[in-house]
Design a protein. Sequence first.
Length: 254
Amino acid sequence: MPGTDPWTLAVDCGGGGIKASVLDAAGTLHAPAVRVPTPYPLPPHRLVTTIAQIAADLPAADRVTVGMPGMVRHGVVVATPHYVTRSGPRSAVDPALVEAWTDHDVRAAVEAALGLPTLVLNDAEVHGAGVVSGTGLELVLTLGTGLGSALFDGGRLAPHLELSHAPVRRGVTYDEYIGQPERRRLGNGLWSRRVQRVVEGFWPVFRWDRVYLGGGNARHVTPTVLERLGERVVVVPNQAGIVGGVRAWSLGAG
């Protein structure tokens, strides 16, 4: 059971799966991470129910951190890409789900369901909270179903920008350019070169001190491309999406 320091239920909501565990203040997992496939269609109440069901099988916690795709401001979903579709990423968008998710207060819904203080952020922001050093300008890019991003300045979380929806070339967004379907189609070699172009293209925009490549596909970036990108671009474990659930509370998030 939680002691003096708060234990955190950290939930990483992705397009393909929802993972969660409970961690102490030091970031130590007190149960193996539980993963379930993301259920579709997924209106807000079904996501909250899924989180509650996962939590019921984990140790008790004092607070909750939820990372989910899309634009989230102060716990309210402005827009989310995958959960508005009928059967998951790249499937048809359901207008009723778009309406249900737009301006939906997920933080309030999770707090009501679990009775615990809750922090809801973009999933890349939670991931970044688990890896940033707190020094200089640090850009986090998560490579998974699509592209996630978060920016930290001196360890403080900057306002979220949905870089994934910006056009990388005519009619193609960053999500579509380096997302999971393209990695499968191209193979790791050609896909990694695309990742290199994206990172190098962001340099004049951000002038970062460090870039962290995370998410489930970061491990597929080839050593050749990582060498070309240089020592200020590093790959970090996908587990950061869970560990960051603790640190997010102290990094000016929310």
